[in-house]
Design a binder for this molecule. Structure first.
Ligand code: ZN
Length: 390
């Protein structure tokens, strides 16, 4: 956003909420003013008449009582500032007013040079100007004002979804798993058929899939990468698969057509449900704290058998019942199960020799639970007032 545009907005519209922000904003304005002045000074004018015109234009742009930038700053920033910001804005504005005499007409007429030999617009004049601005002479004649404050570049923060994802990855990396990725535009075979969800199977309706054509979809889950990894590496396999998924969901407080999943997959000889329970219990305690308990309930997924839902005891109320756990004392966090023999076979692994378990969870939902966010849309709107809190 240009300085011009910013002066047309109020501080709260600009997201400036503290004294440091005010200071940075005014520093930007001062730098812009000084830049424009320097530019005019180093460019010069071809005649006295042009010098007067250019100087007046710059003066009016900044200082005109009506529509000058300082007037907008007075109206939109100072007068409309929140009460607690007023002193800071007033102080910075006074400082700006003082230095703004440098774009007053008297000052400009003193420093803008007239160079009648320069023919504006010709190749010669461009070369001359270039020489003038780049030579050491120009630097001596018009030195930059070293007392001006520098630009303050805002420092970004890690998005809550990425923060959550990294935290989960870290736990599994420490257990010896590696991270695997795959395409977001996927074939129907990898998204459904290979995962034991044939076309005629009613459970295919559970996924509100976005089809690109009859054979290509935006993947509805990260599970296709399980098959791809089995084909690529073979057993034994210990991986986690984070990534974006897509479904035909209307956006509301708990749904988004794009969301993030992370899956885990362990395949080896003699893997049992006990390994699944032990690993996921360890994971939940690492993530939510050692006092958390896990609960496994039977469930159904086409690609696992048996399948389960995992809930953790509420880490806010410790099971007594609160808003976060909807008074139940438990928070459902993921689906899991032993990899279906058909899926192993589709991945080129012999289910007679190998077995495995898998889990899948929504990273966005985890972030919402962990950081107490009540609307999933907040995660994807890019509003700095929200994101700066992390
Ligand atoms: Zn609770």
């Amino acid at each position: 956003m240009s300085v011009d545009e910013k002066t047309r907005k109020t501080l709260s519209e600009l997201g400036v909420a503290d004294a440091a922000g005010v200071e940075a904003l005014f520093a930007e304005v001062r730098a812009a003013m000084e830049n424009e002045r320097q530019e005019l000074v180093s460019r010069g004018a071809s005649s006295e008449k042009e010098r007067d015109q250019l100087s007046k234009a710059l003066r009016d742009r900044w200082l005109a009582r009506k529509n000058g930038l300082l007037t907008f700053i007075d109206e939109n920033w100072l007068k409309k500032a929140a009460k607690e910001l007023k002193p800071a804005v007033g102080k910075s504005f006074n400082g700006l007013r003082q230095v703004s005499s440098s774009v007053g007409i008297d000052e400009l007429l003193k420093v803008v040079p007239v160079r009648p030999e320069t023919k504006a617009g010709t190749r010669e004049s461009v070369a001359t100007e270039y020489d003038a601005t780049s030579s050491a002479d120009a630097f001596v004649e018009y030195p930059p004002d070293l007392t001006l404050p520098g630009y303050r570049r805002p420092v970004g923060t890690i998005h809550p979804v990425m923060r959550m994802q990294r935290e989960i990855e870290e736990i599994f990396l420490n257990l010896g798993y590696s991270i695997e990725g795959g395409p977001e535009i996927e074939t129907v075979y990898y998204n459904f058929d290979a995962l034991n969800i044939p076309e005629s199977h009613p459970s295919r309706d559970d996924w509100d899939t976005l089809y690109i054509d009859s054979n290509t979809v935006l993947r509805a889950h990260t599970s296709p990468v399980q098959i791809r990894a089995m084909e690529k590496y073979g057993p034994p396999l210990y991986i986690i698969i984070p990534g974006k998924c897509y479904r035909h969901d209307n956006p509301d407080a708990s749904h988004s057509p794009m969301f993030h999943q992370i899956e885990g997959l362990a395949i080896d000889r003699d893997i049992t449900f006990a390994d699944l329970k032990g690993t996921l219990d360890f994971f939940a305690k690492k993530l939510f704290g050692t006092r958390v308990r896990t609960r496994f309930q039977p469930s159904y997924f086409p690609f696992t058998e048996p399948s389960g839902e995992v809930a953790v005891s509420c880490f806010v109320c410790e099971g007594k019942g609160c808003r976060v756990c909807k008074e139940s004392g438990w928070i459902e966090v993921m689906g899991c199960g032993m990899v279906h023999p058909v899926v192993l076979r589709n991945g080129g692994i012999d289910p007679e020799k190998y077995s495995g378990w898998a889990f899948g969870l929504g990273i966005d939902r985890f972030a919402m639970v962990k950081y107490d966010i009540n609307d999933i849309q907040l995660l994807f709107q890019g509003d700095l007032r929200f994101l700066e809190q992390f």
